[in-house]
Design a protein around this ligand. Structure first.
Ligand code: G3I
Length: 342
């Protein structure tokens, strides 16, 4: 372990961590977890357990990581994360049972009949959710089912390029929630999506979808607003009317994948950018703490060394609370200050 990373870990051991600073017991502060880092980097493991009281697998709970064949599953990594969360008294989110990007290749290319797909999907959800009954604080049952641009079909904005839509039709969404609920009646079941944080076309479609599910008595309990943002978007305050209408449906909500990406200058973020990022993280968390119904604030990675952003948007990065050496950034301090408000 390099001395700078070691000192970052040792320094943290004496200061108030995010989870210990938090006054609100009804809201978890969490992070996505990189299972490779969790397994092989003790400093990463220590930081995640120290700073957060919730976690979610960045990838380990996705179908392509777990579902190996029609009735074949590999729960090695999911068991590992469940154990880590339990050992460290952390809430665990299950991300995600159904996602158009999560379909395993054997299913995508298997030319199965729709009825067979429905049968194995129900069995997958039943097996997975039952395995971790009462150990998952919230399941992202369906992730990103709403189309980004207006879909020419007369569907209510659903993503028709989804394997699930094409194979099972729009009812796959309600079925997934019903199957998950049957497997664990106590689990909180979420719909999760991005760019649906503020009032607009996509959030209107998300609202219409979850409103329809509620009206059909489909067991859905919350909406995950992912919170992938760019520095300068400043969307926090504009979220308020959107989350209020979700709460009015009787739903809770979480910010499930927050990151605020920065356009780097020569590969680095400037101090001015980091200060602005700190303010924008603080405002996001203040909306979560200030509005009814928010039960979680999770960042999409424990440090800038464990972020999807550089691969997704070359030239952008520095999007999380800790830097690449696991040292705190202004955003960390700002979030910790807000967490200390009750
Ligand atoms: O583990 C393999 C490695 O063995 C292989 O050498 C390498 C190159 O092929 O791929 C590695 O797997 C990659 C995995 O991340 C782990 O790094 C996958 O190819 C890559 O597709 C996967 O990307 C993830 C992406 O979801 C797709 O699942 C990102 O890490 C993850 O941050 C991103 O997370 C999504 C949320 O689930 C949903 N919301 C949006 C968010 C960002 O896209």
């Amino acid at each position: 372990m390099s001395s700078s990373i070691l000192s970052a870990v040792e320094n943290r051991s004496t200061e108030l961590s995010l989870r210990n600073a938090k006054k609100r017991r009804d809201i978890v502060i969490g992070t996505a977890v990189d299972m490779t880092a969790l397994r092989y980097q003790s400093n990463y493991r220590q930081i995640v357990a120290r700073e957060f009281d919730a976690c979610v697998a960045e990838n380990a709970f996705k179908q392509y990581e777990v579902w190996m064949g029609p009735e074949t599953y590999d729960f090695t990594e999911t068991d590992r994360l469940v154990e880590f969360a339990q050992d460290n008294n952390m809430a665990l989110r299950g991300h995600t049972l159904i996602w158009h990007q999560g379909v395993p290749q054997w299913l995508l290319k298997g030319r199965f009949a729709p009825e067979a797909v429905k049968q194995v999907l129900q069995q997958y959800i039943h097996t997975f959710v039952s395995r971790y009954r009462s150990q998952i604080c919230a399941w992202d049952v369906v992730n990103e089912a709403i189309a980004d641009d207006m879909d020419p079909q007369d569907t209510p904005g659903l993503r028709t390029d989804s394997f699930w839509y094409q194979t099972l039709g729009p009812d796959y969404i309600a079925l997934a929630f019903q199957w998950a609920h049957a497997a664990d009646p106590q689990a909180k079941l979420y719909y999760n999506d991005y760019e649906a944080e503020v009032i607009g076309r996509k959030s209107d479609l998300v609202y219409a979808l979850v409103k329809r599910l509620r009206e059909q008595s489909i067991p859905i309990h919350g909406v995950g607003l992912q919170g992938h943002m760019e520095l300068g978007w400043n969307r926090a305050q504009a979220m308020r009317p959107n989350v209020r209408r979700l709460v009015a449906l009787g739903l809770e909500w979480q910010i499930t994948e927050a990151d605020i990406r920065i356009p780097l200058q020569d590969g680095e973020a400037t101090q001015e950018q980091l200060e602005r990022q700190a303010n924008e993280y603080a405002e996001l968390l203040e909306v979560c703490q200030g509005e009814r119904g928010c039960t979680g604030f999770l960042v999409w990675g424990a440090s800038d060394a464990h972020s999807w952003i550089p691969g997704f948007r070359p030239g952008w990065g520095a999007s999380l609370l800790l830097d690449g050496k696991l040292s705190t950034k202004p955003a960390y301090e700002a979030v910790r200050t807000v967490l200390q408000q009750d």
